[in-house]
Design a binder for this molecule. Structure first.
Ligand SMILES: *[C@@H]1O[C@H](CO)[C@@H](O)[C@H](O)[C@H]1NC(C)=O
Ligand SMILES: *[C@@H]1O[C@H](CO)[C@@H](O)[C@H](O)[C@H]1NC(C)=O
Ligand SMILES: *[C@@H]1O[C@H](CO)[C@@H](O)[C@H](O)[C@H]1NC(C)=O
Length: 174
């Protein structure tokens, strides 16, 4: 579903441009940040960005998306918006992160960042962005229906990807 949304956005971005005006790549990214203060306290922030322009925010209390621009809703239906809200609500499975924190050597307090989105290149190629980072360093990239450890992530990235690849429902959603 999320992939459909992203594809849809890419279609919207592609519509109406003319060849001269569109020289550089354009990206749309949804950024999810979980700050794990201790074993029981997690602060969640979500936002979405069209290049450097923030298009969406997140109300932590209600778990609702905040539409920051008049056009931020695009043509998403109420149901599609609800699905996105539920998807973001479930990221990144805080219980799982708590449970594996010591195994993965995640030291409290730490920050997890998940980036989802796409880049539209001048030659019209669309590249998906699906990343998982710990303390600002890339650990995993989502490719070809599975989580791949980043080369610089070491054994930690390999351990995390092994566990994440067992969550088939999440993989399908991504
Ligand atoms: C966890 O961190 C929060 C925020 O800093 C603090 O209010 C809370 O008391 C902490 N809980 C424990 C069990 O340390
Ligand atoms: C939204 O717009 C896209 C692109 O124009 C179109 O393909 C899609 O069917 C539209 N979706 C809805 C729910 O209207
Ligand atoms: C994607 O995964 C399939 C099945 O595991 C494999 O056959 C294919 O070669 C992979 N493609 C790439 C680009 O890695």
């Amino acid at each position: 579903m999320l992939f459909l949304q992203i594809s849809l956005l890419a279609v919207l971005l592609a519509a109406g441009d003319n060849e001269d005006a569109f020289q550089e790549e354009i990206s749309f990214k949804m950024i999810h940040t979980s700050s794990f203060y201790n074993h029981s306290w997690v602060k969640i922030q979500n936002s979405a960005w069209l290049d450097d322009l923030q298009t969406h925010g997140w109300d932590t209390n209600s778990g609702r998306i905040i539409f920051l621009r008049p056009w931020s809703k695009g043509n998403l239906s109420k149901e599609e918006i609800k699905e996105l809200e539920e998807f973001f609500h479930g990221l990144p499975m805080p219980q799982e992160i708590h449970r594996h924190a010591s195994q993965w050597k995640f030291k409290y307090p730490f920050e997890i960042q998940i980036t989802l989105g796409c880049e539209l290149h001048p030659e019209r190629a669309i590249v998906g962005i699906y990343g998982f980072a710990y303390q600002g360093s890339d650990l995993l990239q989502f490719q070809n229906n599975s989580w791949l450890p980043s080369p610089k992530g070491g054994t930690r990235a390999q351990d995390v990807s092994r566990v994440f690849n067992q969550y088939h429902v999440t993989k399908r959603e991504v």
